[in-house]
Design a binder for this molecule. Structure first.
Ligand SMILES: Cc1cc2nc3c(=O)[nH]c(=O)nc-3n(C[C@H](O)[C@H](O)[C@H](O)COP(=O)(O)OP(=O)(O)OC[C@H]3O[C@@H](n4cnc5c(N)ncnc54)[C@H](O)[C@@H]3O)c2cc1C
Length: 374
């Protein structure tokens, strides 16, 4: 029997790669091994920039995502007392970027991608612990029997065991704050980010009845409390609406909290028939909302390269040389964006001084359609 491509991790990157491989008539056989007992993605919702929408079009699901999501309209950045720092004409930015940003529930994105792949190609509750090369390819090491593969793609996220096998001792450091995310039962809001006191709160409309929100607050790593919403209501007490409004309309049991880490980009992404993509390759701080976008671009690019050659190792090498530089740049910019948000309030006024045209050009270089490799 032909050895399949084994994809470690059925998150955004892994499912998108499988959907991309599925596109051709002679679809490459593939198998996804997923550590968790069920498919899904924590964090409520996600914002996808136009660069990711090109990737989703390439994979063949762009229109499904546009239908399930909501294009973002005008919004603003405000100081914690409500002062306007900058208003964002997102329609104007859609022109500069080549399209609007689209927000949707993560569960919907996962479902759309999953619906495009072969039934029973996902094996749940199976973690990939590493790999070993053999004469005909590579073996994915699991807690049970190894799985013989033509090639192995590590799409196993920030904690990637494949990335750590490629780069032992991969350095990482706590950024100084966790990120909370949730969905509030409140609609009709405009996108807004509120900055101040080394913390931030962002709101993104999802539908007429629901809004996604995210927050960061400087705190020690590893903490968690019984009621994260009550904790945040205290941390953001005195902040203007919609901050308190969305917290009051959020079910605490559906809030996620993750320590934000700065992790180095692995020195190399490939080892013959092994490659890493998505967060495994380039985990980044969340402030630009680009981690998932870059994961989708990886998947679209790698699927196309694999369709063009019979040699997985050649496709992986070409992938690394196309993607490592640009993704590394976005990792650096995301870290800088985090430092700006975390800066003392006086510096936030700088945000209002950047000329509109310059800002739009910079945003287009990060997440515009022209930021997609072809
Ligand atoms: C607060 C916050 C907000 C964000 N907002 C945005 C945003 O608006 N837009 C955006 O584009 N990005 C955003 N991101 C980033 C985005 O969530 C990630 O970049 C994206 O999920 C990466 O996808 P991935 O498939 O590489 O990794 P993951 O989504 O982490 O998926 C990895 C998968 O691999 C599985 N797995 C892990 N280890 C193993 C193993 N050993 N064996 C098998 N399976 C394994 C996991 O269970 C998971 O299913 C945000 C991140 C945070 C923290």
């Amino acid at each position: 029997m032909e050895r399949p491509f084994v994809i470690a991790g059925a998150g955004i990157a892994g499912l998108a790669l499988a959907a991309g491989l599925q596109r051709t008539e002679t679809a490459t056989p593939y198998l996804l091994l997923e550590e968790r007992p069920e498919l899904g993605s924590t964090g409520g919702a996600i914002t996808l920039w136009p660069n990711a929408m090109v990737a989703l079009d390439e994979i063949g699901v762009g229109d499904d995502v546009r239908r399930a999501g909501r294009p973002l309209g005008a919004g603003s950045i405000r100081a914690r007392r409500g002062t306007l720092l900058r208003s964002l004409d997102l329609e104007q930015s859609a022109t500069a970027l080549g399209g609007p940003l689209v927000a949707l529930r993560r569960g919907d994105l996962i479902e759309i991608l999953h619906a495009r792949i072969k039934a029973d190609s996902v094996v749940l509750a199976t973690a990939v612990r590493g790999y070993a090369h053999d004469r005909d390819g590579v073996r994915a090491l699991t807690d049970g029997d190894p799985v013989a593969a033509a090639a192995l793609v590590g799409a196993d996220g920030y904690r990637s065991e494949i990335a750590r096998a490629l780069h032992p001792g991969l350095p990482e450091r706590y950024a100084g704050y966790p990120a909370w995310r949730g969905i509030a039962d409140v609609g009709g809001l405009e996108p807004v980010q509120v900055w101040g006191g080394r913390q931030e709160f962002g709101v993104v409309p999802l539908s007429d009845t629901a809004s996604y929100w995210f927050a960061t607050v400087r705190e020690p790593a590893g903490g968690s409390v019984h009621d994260e919403v009550a904790h945040l209501r205290t941390a953001f007490s005195g902040w203007p609406d919609p901050v308190q409004q969305v917290l009051a309309a959020t079910d605490p049991s559906a809030v996620s909290r993750n320590d934000v880490m700065d992790r180095a980009v692995p020195r190399r992404w490939t080892d013959g028939r092994v490659v890493v993509i998505g967060d495994a390759a380039h985990a980044m701080r969340p402030h630009l909302g680009q981690g998932g976008c870059q994961a989708l671009i990886d998947a679209a690019v790698l699927a196309r390269l694999l369709r063009q050659t019979d040699s997985p190792a050649a496709a992986f090498t070409a992938f690394e040389s196309l993607r490592r530089g640009p993704a590394r740049r976005v990792v650096g910019l995301s870290r800088t964006a985090g430092r700006v948000v975390e800066a003392p309030a006086g510096l936030h006024r700088v945000a209002s001084l950047v000329p509109e045209a310059l800002m739009l050009r910079s945003l287009a270089r990060i997440g515009g359609t022209s930021a997609f490799p072809w």
